[in-house]
Design a protein. Sequence first.
Length: 89
Amino acid sequence: MNQVNEKVVSQILSKIYRDTLVYQSQNYFIKHTYTASQFASIVDVASFHNIIGFLPNTKYRGNQFIMSVVYDKSNKNYEITVKNQNLNV
């Protein structure tokens, strides 16, 4: 198993956070779909899979952010449900 540093985890969370901010929705929860290859420039596929599994219930910038992660084996993608950061609830 490869070791990853805190910077890699921060970059993954930062991308998901930025994607959430630009996504225009009035829904309380937003679902994003990613593949590990979208993060290939910062982490290998196996490490990404391990990291993403630990992200539910993660706080980011002091707020609850990632609520759930579901892996679709047939499509090899990850559905990540996040709290909409654009709502002041």
